[in-house]
Structure formats: structure tokens, C-alpha cells
Design a protein around this ligand. Structure first.
Ligand SMILES: Cc1cc2nc3c(=O)[nH]c(=O)nc-3n(C[C@H](O)[C@H](O)[C@H](O)COP(=O)(O)OP(=O)(O)OC[C@H]3O[C@@H](n4cnc5c(N)ncnc54)[C@H](O)[C@@H]3O)c2cc1C
Length: 462
């Protein structure tokens, strides 16, 4: 049982009994961390992006951090934690779009998965990879073998496979391939009883976006596509209504892009260096990426020109630059500077991020709505993607603001589209409206495999 607080050798408080800590240290020699700065650093993710988490980021600190090296060690640790009622919080790169996902709100053991990072052989069009492998590494490995990832997260240099599968949803490539959930061939999961379960395709739905609340993902089978040269096409348009008409037409005609997105001028100025182009002052950019063999140059050009725009970039782009352009705020070197700049002027301010999901043709009302509120210079990005045969839009808004601004934005957009609340660590606040059945199945699964609620407790109410 968790017991009275003790001091470890460094004098730092943890809530775990010394005997329990000794046992953990014995099993993870040289890979157990009690130092307060390590525990603090790894006990958070991008939660600091949200003013709603300000207090928690300070107070929610794991009692101990452990780095497992193999499945056997994960099994031992989960059995140990389950039998003593100690919370377990799995962690990958700490860049989860489910911000707050790794906050140990009830303390416990933080399980950093990054030493489990082996990439297996490619079998047909699937690769088996350990959960702690970073997407940047995986991408290089599969590309060197003539294959490519279908969908990957915008923070691919740091994000891990386990973190994106257990915490992500849509990513780069989701216009063609949908959510990461639909590109998972198998998931190997260790449950708190120490059982190793392998879930195939749709069975894995109870694990994807479960934020580590049902078990620890140790290995994922990811579906791949053949490696090919890609074209990046960019059209510049002045009117939002023209952008909406153009995008709707591309969707209706099912033009075979791999990725399709829209950015306002504030956002697209950030990627001008990579594009070698310049952004219209108050205009919009429609950006598409696709394998060059698909011959969509004329389709894209005709579409843009028909709605009064001009082509601002069109051509084969090297993959590293393309990855950077598409990843935007989470992959750009400028982001830390933007955040530092905001904080240096007013420490209470954040780079607030608001996300909504929509049926694709409703998103434009929301984009228009932004101009009705006082938000300084907003960065707006709309990503188009398909979920199991239906087109959706992911509306992302970045603005400078504090907790009052966040509340104002929440009120303004309440009830429009589907809530995907980045400022809550409850899974239901992200999945509840658009994926109620998935949420129900996840809760049923949790009740079965984690009756003592040791896996990332407090994040999935059952
Ligand atoms: C605000 C924000 C918005 C974003 N939006 C997008 C977007 O729209 N599209 C996009 O492509 N990318 C987006 N990203 C990036 C992307 O979502 C993340 O990089 C990725 O999902 C998480 O990877 P990670 O390894 O850093 O996960 P972490 O942050 O480490 O973990 C994510 C969650 O999964 C759990 N977890 C981690 N590893 C495991 C495991 N092995 N087993 C079980 N549970 C585990 C954690 O407990 C946590 O709850 C966004 C990032 C941020 C910060």
C-alpha cells in the first residue's frame, strides 16, 4: 500500500514506502530516478500550454521514474504496482496532443518507455516496432527500406509510437489514411495483472487514445505504404469563401491527395522559409501533398485558379522540408521562440490552443467566427481528413491569452462542431461527442483489465 511519506537518500520527498522503493531499485538498477528535477521534468508534457493546468503542473509529480528495457520488466512492474495499489503512468515523448495525459495526478510510478525502441523487420506492408521508438527514427528506418509511414504525428522528431497510438488521433497523412487508429495492424499490451494481450486491427480500438489507462503498449504493428517522391502544392487565395469552395470541391471530387490543409496568413508566414514563397498579407493558403506519380498538378492548378487564387508553390519537395512544412507549429524551430516571447511580456500568458472537429463543410463558419472575437493575431490551421469514409475537418486556433481568454473562447465555440478539449485531461472531453461507442468500449475494457484503477488513474472515469 502507499504509505506515509519517507525521505529518500537525496532528501527529496516521495510518497512511496522505502521498502517498495528498494524493491523497484533492485529490479531497475541504474534506471530508477528519485531526484526531484527528473521526476518533475518527466511528470509533465505540453500541459504548460494550457492555463487550466497551471496549478497541476506544479503539484502532480511522480514518486519515482523508471525506464524499462523489455516486456519482462514491464510485466514485473505492473504486477508489483497492481498488488500494492500504486498508480502507473506510461510516458513516451511527452508531446501528446492529449495535453495533461502524463500528469501523475495521484502520484505513482512514471514509466518512461524510450529505452524500448527496437524496429523489427518489415513484413509485407507492416512493421512491428517497440512503443518507445520515436517517429523520426522509425521514419528513417522504413524509408531506408523503400517503405514509408502512412500517418505520423506533427511532433514526429520527439513523439513515440506508443504515445501517438495511445494518445493521438489524426496526423500528417490523415487526408488519405484517416486516424492513426485505422493504421494500426496490431497492439501488444501489458495489463496490470501482467498478462500480455495482442489486439488485432479494430480490437485495438479500446487501446488507441486510451492515454495509458488500460495498460502499457509495448509493441505496435503499423501499416506502411511504398516510398515515393512527393509533390507539395500551395495555392494562395484572398477570400475565405473561395477557400471553402475549393476545398469542398476537392473533397466532393475525391481528389487523391495524401495530405490537405488550409492556413491563414499568420500561420503560413511561419513556413515561408521552407516553402521558398511569401504569404499574402490577409490571405489564405491551401496546401496539398501527394505522391508525384498521381499527376495532380493540373487538377490543383485549375482548382486554385478557378476560385481566383494563384499557385505560390508547386513541385517535388525533399521529404525533410516537406515534413517540416506539414508539421507546422509542433515541428517548427520558431515555436519555442514564439512562446518565450509571449511569456517574456506577460508570464501569465500562454500560446493557447483550441481544437474542434467538424463535418468538413461546417468548419468555415467557425473560422469566420474567429474574426468576431478579440484575439490579437490568430494562427489558424484547418486539416482535412477522413474517418471511416466520411470527411472531417480539424480546426486549430492558436492565440496568445490567459485563463480568461480561454474561457471566452470556450464559450464562443461551445456547441459548434465536436468538442476535442485540449484543456482537460479527461478522455471523455475529447472522445465523448464524436466517438461515444469507442469511449464505452474503452471503459468496459478498463473495468475488466484494471479493476484496481492503477493505470493512469483519474483520466478515464468508469
Ligand atoms: C497541443 C498539441 C496538439 C497536437 N495536435 C496534433 C495533431 O493535431 N496532429 C498530430 O499529428 N499531432 C499532434 N500533436 C502531436 C502528437 O499528438 C503527439 O506527438 C503524439 O500523439 C504523442 O506522442 P508522445 O510520445 O509524445 O506521447 P506522450 O505525451 O508521452 O503520451 C501521450 C499519452 O499516451 C500515454 N502513453 C505514452 N506511451 C504509452 C505506452 N507505451 N503505453 C500506453 N500509454 C502510453 C501517456 O500516458 C499519455 O497519456 C499535438 C501535440 C500537442 C502538444
Amino acid at each position: 500500500m502507499m504509505s506515509s511519506q519517507v525521505r529518500d537518500d537525496t532528501g527529496v520527498r516521495t510518497s512511496l514506502d522505502r521498502d517498495l522503493l528498494n524493491e523497484i531499485e533492485k529490479n531497475f538498477k541504474g534506471r530508477t530516478y528519485l531526484d526531484e528535477w527528473v521526476r518533475r521534468k518527466l511528470s509533465t508534457d505540453w500541459a504548460w500550454i494550457s492555463p487550466a493546468f497551471s496549478g497541476l503542473v506544479e503539484s502532480a509529480v511522480a514518486d519515482v521514474v523508471v525506464f524499462p528495457r523489455n516486456v519482462k520488466e514491464v510485466i514485473w512492474l505492473l504486477r508489483f504496482a497492481d498488488s500494492h495499489g500504486i498508480p502507473i503512468i506510461p510516458r513516451g515523448g511527452g508531446t501528446g496532443n492529449n495535453v495533461g495525459g502524463v500528469l501523475p495526478i495521484r502520484g505513482g510510478i512514471l514509466l518512461d518507455m524510450r529505452l524500448m525502441n527496437n524496429v523489427g523487420d518489415i513484413d509485407g506492408s507492416t512493421v512491428k516496432v517497440e512503443a518507445g521508438c520515436r517517429f523520426g527514427t522509425l521514419m528513417q528506418r522504413v524509408r531506408s527500406r523503400g517503405m514509408d509511414l502512412r500517418v505520423y504525428p506533427t511532433s514526429y522528431p520527439l513523439a513515440t509510437v506508443g504515445g501517438f497510438v495511445a494518445g493521438g488521433s489524426r496526423g500528417i497523412g490523415s487526408y488519405e489514411y484517416g486516424l492513426i487508429w485505422d493504421n494500426v495492424d496490431s497492439v501488444k499490451l501489458v495489463t496490470p495483472s501482467g498478462e500480455v494481450v495482442v489486439l488485432q486491427t479494430e480490437e485495438a480500438d479500446v487501446v488507441t487514445h486510451s492515454m495509458g489507462t488500460v495498460g502499457v503498449v509495448v509493441e505496435v504493428g503499423l501499416r506502411l505504404r511504398p516510398l515515393s517522391e512527393h509533390v507539395l502544392a500551395e495555392g494562395s487565395l484572398y477570400e475565405l469563401s473561395s477557400v471553402a469552395d475549393l476545398v469542398d470541391r476537392f473533397i466532393e471530387e475525391r481528389v487523391e491527395f495524401w495530405h490537405l490543409m488550409v492556413r491563414n496568413s499568420g500561420y503560413s508566414r511561419l513556413t515561408d522559409d521552407f516553402m521558398g514563397s511569401s504569404s499574402l498579407r490577409d490571405g489564405w493558403k491551401v496546401i496539398a501533398a501527394y505522391p508525384s506519380g498521381r499527376g495532380l498538378v493540373d487538377v490543383f492548378r485549375r482548382g486554385v485558379e478557378r476560385f481566383g487564387g494563384r499557385i505560390s508553390h508547386m513541385g517535388v519537395m525533399d521529404r525533410a522540408s516537406m515534413d517540416r512544412v506539414l508539421s507546422g507549429v509542433f515541428g517548427l524551430p520558431q515555436t519555442p521562440y514564439i512562446i518565450r516571447h509571449i511569456k517574456s511580456r506577460d508570464p501569465r500568458k500562454h500560446l493557447l490552443y483550441l481544437v474542434l472537429y467538424h463535418h468538413h463543410n461546417r468548419v468555415w463558419e467557425v473560422v469566420e467566427g474567429v474574426s468576431e472575437i478579440e484575439v490579437g493575431e490568430p494562427l489558424i490551421e484547418v486539416n482535412l481528413f477522413w474517418i471511416r469514409g466520411a470527411p472531417y475537418a480539424h480546426f486549430g486556433l492558436f492565440v496568445e491569452g490567459d485563463i480568461e481568454k480561454l474561457e471566452e473562447l470556450r464559450k464562443r465555440f461551445a456547441g459548434i462542431g465536436y468538442k476535442f478539449d485540449l484543456h482537460s485531461y479527461q478522455i471523455s472531453d475529447r472522445l465523448g461527442e464524436l466517438f461515444p461507442e469507442k469511449l464505452r468500449a474503452m471503459r468496459d475494457f478498463k473495468r475488466k483489465v484494471d479493476p484496481n484503477d492503477v493505470m493512469n488513474p483519474g483520466k478515464l472515469g468508469v
